[in-house]
Design a protein around this ligand. Structure first.
Ligand code: ATP
Length: 361
C-alpha cells in the first residue's frame, strides 16, 4: 500500500489554507530532519487541497488527492478555511471531513499537556482526549447517505444522533490501549442521566471493553460535571474517552487549559492510517505574516510518527518523534516563543531553533 521501505517512508502532505502555507512546510523540514537524525528518510507526496485545489481542480478536495492518499499510511493535513470558499462549496463536507469519512478515521486523539515555558490555567495537566470521530450528533458524518440534520418545515430543525456498539468498542479499545502506555486511568465521559440510551450505550460498552484491561482504572463522569472538574482539578485525569460532540468541546477546553490552541496537537486515525492535523484552524487574521505558531503541527507530526512506529514495530520512527517533541519542548522552555505565547519569534525563527535541536540527542 505504502511504497515505503523499512527505514524510508512516503508521507502525504496537504498545505491547506491560511497559515497552512507557513506551518506545513516548516513541519516538513522538521520531520525530514528528525527522521534523518534517527537514521531514516522521508519522501513527501504533495497533494492539492483547499483554495489552491479550487483554482487548479475546481474542487477543494480533488479525487486525485483522495486516490493518492489511498496509497499512503500517513499524511500531514494543514488547516483549511472552508468558510471562505465560494458559495457553491459551502454546506458541503469540509476537505478534512471528506478525508476522515473516506478513510474511516474513527479516533481523534488530542493530548493536552502543559509545556514548561507556557503559562497554563491548569499547570500540571497531562491528559489525552480520545474522541469518537464518526457518529454522535454530527450530521455530516453519521449517515450512510444524506444528513443527520434536517428541517421538516422552516421553523422546525431535527438532528439525529447515532451510537453503535461497534464504534464504541473500537474507540474504547483505542483509549484503554493508550492508557496502558500512560498512567493506566480511563475516564468515560457521557450524559447517560439524560441521553440514557445513546450515551448510556457508549458508557456501558466502554465499561465492558474496560474489563479486558484489568490493570487500567476506570471511572466515568457526566459531561457537564466534567467541564467543572477539568477546570478545578484537570491534572488528575489521564485518558478521557468520549463521543464525538462532547470530545470536540472538551478537547478545545483542555487545549486552552493546558496552554493554547497554537500548541494543541491531534491525529485522526483508523486501524491502518494516520493523519496529523493541528487542532487549530487556518487563522486567516495572521496568515502570510510569518507569525503563526507551528508547535501544534510539529507535535501532531510527532504523534503520527509514533503511530507509524507502533504499527510497523519500527523504533526509528519513534526515535524521530521523540526528537521532534524534545526539540519543541526545549525550544519553548528556553524562552523562544511566537506571538500567541507572548514571545517575539517569527514562525521561521522558531522553526530554525527547533530544527537545530532536532539533530541533538
Ligand atoms: P476553525 O473554525 O477552522 O477552527 P477559527 O477561526 O475558529 O477556525 P482559528 O483559525 O484556529 O479558529 O483561529 C482562532 C484564533 O487563534 C485566531 O485569532 C488565530 O489567529 C489564532 N490562532 C490559531 N492558530 C494559531 C497558530 N497556530 N498560531 C498563532 N495563532 C493562532
Amino acid at each position: 500500500m505504502t511504497g515505503s521501505t523499512a527505514n524510508n517512508i512516503r508521507l502525504g502532505v496537504m498545505a491547506g489554507d491560511g497559515i497552512g502555507h507557513e506551518i506545513v512546510p516548516a513541519t516538513q523540514n522538521v520531520v525530514a530532519e528528525a527522521l534523518n537524525a534517527a537514521g531514516a528518510a522521508v519522501e513527501w507526496v504533495s497533494l492539492p487541497l483547499g483554495r489552491d485545489a479550487i483554482e487548479t481542480d475546481g474542487t477543494p478536495i480533488p479525487d486525485s488527492t483522495l486516490e493518492a492518499l489511498d496509497g499512503l499510511e500517513g499524511w500531514v493535513l494543514g488547516p483549511h478555511d472552508s468558510a471562505s470558499y465560494p458559495d457553491e462549496f459551502r454546506g458541503q463536507l469540509t476537505p478534512g471531513g471528506v478525508i476522515r469519512k473516506r478513510f474511516d478515521l474513527f479516533a481523534n486523539i488530542r493530548p493536552a499537556r502543559a509545556l514548561e515555558g507556557v503559562s497554563a490555567t491548569v499547570p500540571g495537566m497531562d491528559l489525552v482526549v480520545v474522541r469518537e470521530n464518526t457518529e454522535g450528533l454530527y450530521a455530516d458524518r453519521n449517515m450512510f447517505v444524506g444528513s443527520g440534520e434536517f428541517m421538516p418545515t422552516p421553523d422546525v430543525a431535527i438532528a439525529v444522533g447515532v451510537v453503535t456498539r461497534r464504534a464504541c468498542e473500537r474507540i474504547a479499545h483505542s483509549a484503554f490501549a493508550l492508557a496502558r502506555t500512560r498512567n493506566k486511568h480511563v475516564t468515560i465521559v457521557h450524559k447517560a442521566n439524560v441521553l440514557s440510551m445513546s450515551t448510556g450505550l457508549f458508557r456501558d460498552v466502554c465499561r465492558e471493553v474496560g474489563e479486558q484491561y484489568p490493570d487500567v482504572r476506570v471511572d466515568d463522569e457526566h459531561v457537564d460535571a466534567m467541564t467543572a472538574l477539568l477546570v478545578r482539578r484537570g491534572a488528575d485525569f489521564d485518558v478521557i474517552v468520549t463521543e464525538n460532540m462532547f470530545g470536540d468541546i472538551l478537547s478545545d477546553l483542555t487545549a486552552e487549559l493546558s496552554g493554547s490552541l497554537g500548541t494543541a496537537p491531534s491525529v485522526n486515525a483508523s486501524e491502518t492510517r494516520v493523519m496529523a492535523q493541528a487542532a487549530h484552524g487556518a487563522a486567516p487574521d495572521i496568515a502570510g505574516h510569518n507569525r503563526a505558531n507551528p508547535t501544534a503541527l510539529f507535535l501532531s507530526a510527532a504523534m503520527m510518527l509514533d503511530w507509524i512506529a507502533e504499527k510497523r514495530d519500527a523504533h526509528v520512527f519513534a526515535e524521530a518523534a521523540r526528537r521532534i517533541t524534545n526539540a519543541v519542548e526545549r525550544t519553548i522552555a528556553s524562552g523562544v516563543a511566537t506571538a500567541d505565547l507572548g514571545g517575539l519569534a517569527s514562525t521561521s525563527e522558531f522553526t530554525e531553533m527547533v530544527l537545530a535541536r532536532t539533530t541533538r540527542r
